[in-house]
Design a protein around this ligand. Sequence first.
Ligand code: GAR
Length: 224
Amino acid sequence: MSIKRTTPLRVAVLASGRGSNLQAVIDAIEAGEVHATIVAVISNKKDAAALERARKHGLPDLFVDPKPFAGRPDSREAYDRALLEVLEKHNVELVLLAGYMKIVTAVLVNAYANRMMNIHPSLLPSFPGLEVQKKAIEWGCKLAGCTVHFVTEGVDEGPIILQAAVPIFDGDTSDTLATRILVQEHKIYPRAVQLFAEGRLQVDGRRVRIDGGHPVGEAIISPS
Ligand code: GAR
């Protein structure tokens, strides 16, 4: 059963770079497709384009410098405690990792269990980690894609919410494939946020059940 919210879902986005997925979520909210409000865009990189995108849309942007935490044995946890303070101060209900290139620790994962999502440019559990488009091509895969999943301590391992598949063409480079995948990322990330806002995601072990969700009817065969 989905739950009707009266107030928009309070979302924070953690991003380290370009921020095109952040932009897709902003655009979907502004278009009225996602019932949410972005209460903070946070980066570990001072010059992240994502922060600039936030400012352009009048959204609160925040650079949290990892340097003061470096060198201590619990540097990653200490950094995440600083982030958690910000998230709690803003009453954040859902955290989105959007090109956030830092591994989150149990500090954040536990505080936001089943309330923190990540987008990853592969069909998980194939190709977790980095340079995944290149790896998919090198493996000779005929399909690639992207995954939105809840975040757990294992990198790119959490329960899968939505996936989109794209073909890999003979002439593809990492860049051409990444671009094709990115188009789909921009569709499924806002969609996952809206499903969450509607209370339609139920986590059952590794599986996420979507209230009223229907799998695509046909197999995707590549090459056709
Ligand atoms: C996206 O392709 C996202 O899936 C990937 O980084 C890119 C960020 O782009 N994330 C990961 O690889 C995380 N494992 P963006 O900054 O334009 O959203």
